[in-house]
Design a protein around this ligand. Structure first.
Ligand code: ATP
Ligand code: MG
Length: 554
């Protein structure tokens, strides 16, 4: 797609420019640190484009690092899906992916160092007591009775913790910082907890696991990360990030910078909620095309380029924001408008019988694949006596604004002839089942010879050769712009978010495994779904031709 050549700029890139100019850094190193406890979503794409994009543009490197300190919620399936999605978005981490768990030995060593320096202690208070002693935003915390345990006792207790002598919740290792700090994260935060859990990378080697705040900064330092970019909710945690690095023997000082997370209207971007949608079967798995996951967007027909372009357009700031879904849709529409070949499909068919066209005849017509791009070539389409048209493209009577087929009036069948409707068949309920018409054999590629004006053009599919198809039309997954703000976000699910239609597509599509997506003329952009079967193709509507949503909102 035509991505703008201009490099985006933002406050983080300006900081990097300054660091390079002043010689604080000579090379830039970033990382993308997902926790493998769910699939990646469009919010993660923002972080991926920022971290990998910076590395690319400044000639640096970006690590993919799994932040895997919570084995209970993590799974290798998520590890694999995350790798696939980052690659699919067009980025590469160079070499092996990294894991925080690669550093468990070193992290343990640094914990011992803090104990030796009198900066960490093993606390046998209950979790409840620890919570109470922490205080609130308005009241300072209080010291734990274990806070002044001597170094030797702490070292022995930590060794016992490591050896599995304590039960989960029986004790934990805490940093000794300041129980009166105005930053609650600095009130003797927990560094290690006991957890007898099997880990997807380290197996059963450990029964204690380090906390995020202790792990992340050290992992960054060990990897030589220069700029550690995270979302705003970690702003306070920066104090702890710096405290840990300053108090251990490590000669690298990464800096953390925070930016605002992406919020997108009419969807949810929290893994906890996305998992709930999947496990409670509100959607058909992580890659349901209504999901804001990368896997869902891919199945919906989004291209990597369109997602990267979206991330460029939304930019990176420190301001909380809620982005309209139309912004995302505009990116894929702009892409497919240029790159998707045109084809014809009928979603809600009625039969059109051309009575003066011989029953045993078929002919091959030539259609342009793209009206504005000759390089996309032409294709052959079959035409015969019976074709499918959209039910909504025919009316028995209509005023002049209806530029489609009306009884006794003419319309052009796209890429084919002008036809005139002469009569209809109806079923017992009065629904039109068949429209009969006559065609003008002189109108293939020409206007009618006698100067008759035919304004309307409708699409069609040849009934003899057409291929049966199922069309899945998607709408917003939620009825409200900010479902996360609801007490019960599940109750805001839009029950009409998936509508399925059964119709026909032109014959050539059945064998076409190459084309990423088509514009079905007058209908929308569609891609072939993996559920396609030998006897029925299945298409997902990626996006409509226009932003009808914006109009409804007026
Ligand atoms: P969630 O709240 O969905 O569980 P998370 O922040 O816990 O998200 P991680 O796997 O830890 O998920 O995220 C990896 C990286 O992606 C982090 O640096 C995080 O800040 C970033 N990230 C996650 N969600 C968003 C978002 N909505 N917008 C921008 N960046 C995000
Ligand atoms: Mg996280």
């Amino acid at each position: 797609m035509a991505e703008t050549e201009i490099r985006p700029t933002n406050f983080i890139r300006q900081i990097i420019d300054k660091d390079l100019a002043s010689g604080v850094h000579s090379a830039i190193k970033t990382r993308f640190p997902p926790e493998p406890n769910g699939f990646l979503h469009i919010g993660h794409a923002k972080s991926i484009c920022l971290n990998f994009g910076i590395a690319e543009d400044f000639g640096g490197t970006c690590n993919l690092r799994f932040d895997d300190t919570n084995p209970v919620k993590e799974d290798i399936t998520y590890v694999n899906s995350i790798k696939e999605d980052v690659h699919w978005l067009g980025f590469d981490w160079g070499g092996e992916a990294k894991y925080s768990s690669d550093y468990f030995d070193k992290l343990h060593g640094f914990a011992v160092e803090l104990i030796e320096k009198g900066l960490a202690y093993v606390d046998f208070s209950t979790q409840e007591q620890i919570r109470e002693m922490r205080g609130t935003l308005k009241t300072p915390g209080t010291n734990s009775p274990y806070r002044d345990t001597d170094v030797k006792t702490n070292l022995a207790a930590f060794a016992d913790m490591t050896a599995g002598k304590y039960k989960e919740g029986e004790c934990c290792l805490r940093a000794k910082i300041d129980m009166t700090s105005s930053f609650i994260v600095m009130r003797d935060p927990v560094l290690y907890r006991v957890k007898f859990a099997h880990h997807h990378q380290t197996g059963d080697k450990w029964c204690i696991y380090p906390m995020y705040d202790f792990t992340h900064c050290i992992s960054d330092a060990l990897e030589g990360i220069t700029h550690s970019l995270c979302t705003l909710e970690f702003q306070d945690n920066r104090r702890l990030y710096d405290w840990v690095i300053e108090n251990i023997s490590i000669d690298c000082q990464p800096r953390q910078y925070e930016f605002s997370r992406l919020n997108l209207e009419y969807t949810v971007l929290s893994k906890r909620r996305l998992i709930q949608l999947v496990t409670e079967n509100h959607v058909d798995g992580w890659d349901d095309p209504r999901m804001p996951t990368i896997a869902g967007l891919r199945r919906r027909g989004y291209t990597p380029g369109s997602i990267r372009e979206f991330c460029k357009r939304i930019g990176v700031t420190k301001m909380d924001n809620m982005v309209e879904m139309g912004m995302l849709e505009a990116c894929i529409r702009d892409d497919l408008n240029v790159n998707a070949p045109r084809a014809m499909a009928v979603l809600e068919p009625i039969k059109l019988v051309i009575e003066n066209y011989p029953a045993d005849k078929s002919e091959t017509l030539i259609a342009l694949n793209h009206p504005n791009d000759e390089s996309m070539g032409t294709r052959e389409i079959e035409f015969s006596r019976e074709v499918w048209i959209e039910a909504e493209d025919f009316r028995e009577t209509a005023n002049k604004k209806f530029k489609r087929l009306v009884l006794d009036k003419e319309v052009r069948l796209r890429n084919a002839y002008v036809v005139k409707a002469v009569r209809v068949d109806k079923d017992d309920a009065g629904n039109i089942t068949t429209v009969y018409c006559e065609y003008d054999p002189e109108t293939l590629g020409n206007d009618p010879a006698d100067g008759r004006k035919v304004k309307g053009v409708i699409h069609w599919v040849d009934a003899k050769s057409g291929t049966p198809a199922e069309f899945r039309l998607y709408d917003r997954l939620f009825n409200v712009p900010n479902p996360a703000a609801q007490d019960d976000f599940v109750s805001a699910i839009n029950s009409a978010s998936l509508v399925t239609k059964k119709g026909w597509a032109e014959a050539g599509l059945a064998a076409d495994r190459e084309t990423h997506a088509w514009q079905f003329e007058r209908t929308g952009y569609f891609c072939r779904d993996k559920d396609s079967r030998d006897d029925t193709l299945v298409f997902n509507q990626t996006v409509g031709l226009r932003d009808t949503w914006a109009k409804i909102g007026d």
